[in-house]
Design a protein around this ligand. Sequence first.
Ligand SMILES: N[C@@H](CCC(=O)N[C@@H](CS)C(=O)NCC(=O)O)C(=O)O
Length: 211
Amino acid sequence: MLTVYGCTNTRSSRVLWTLEETGAEYEYIAVDLRAGAGWKPEYLALNPGGKVPTLVDGEMVLTESAAICTYIGDLFPASRLTPPVGSPERAHHDQWCYFVMSELEQPLWTLAKHTFALPEHRRVPAVLDTARWEFAVAAKVLALGLGRREFIVGDRFAVADILIAHTLAWAQAFKLPLEHDYLTAYAARLLARPAWARTRERERAESGSQS
Ligand SMILES: N[C@@H](CCC(=O)N[C@@H](CS)C(=O)NCC(=O)O)C(=O)O
């Protein structure tokens, strides 16, 4: 069985959401980052950065949320969460996954780091305005890429949609406007999926038993 190490309201939610979409059984181990559990030696042995998510599949340990979600999609082809390897759809799918990691979420991470995540003496408030502007630029590129389609690639829900929707929810939690009606509607539609509701429920249920 797959084991996910994660923490509520973090990038590990993307992994749970992907698993919930497949219907696969999995073990969820809550890592209480806020209490320093990411820095325990036994967790650092799995994830040397002390971050979540981490996926364990038998002997294999995988970090990086986009890589984990794509791996899960490939592992459960019946879910059709990842287009076939080598197809143009897969190339575009992966393009959007990398876009999320390198363009869309980076300004949000900058905002988080420089408002609460970094130790106070490392925070640089002067970068916050630029980070908000960078997010607006990335959101515009995404809105242009999405157009008026239902999903980011072709006509099928995929891992890339999960990564995007989770990141847009993060932006909304930071009170950043998405500014493009179709993008706002796309986020709302995806975040209304039952698998996302199940993800939130599983996190809630298991956050009481954190390691
Ligand atoms: N690029 C990594 C980022 C992982 C990451 O930064 N996770 C955050 C939670 S969203 C974390 O574990 N932070 C704890 C820390 O930085 O000490 C991924 O997508 O998996």
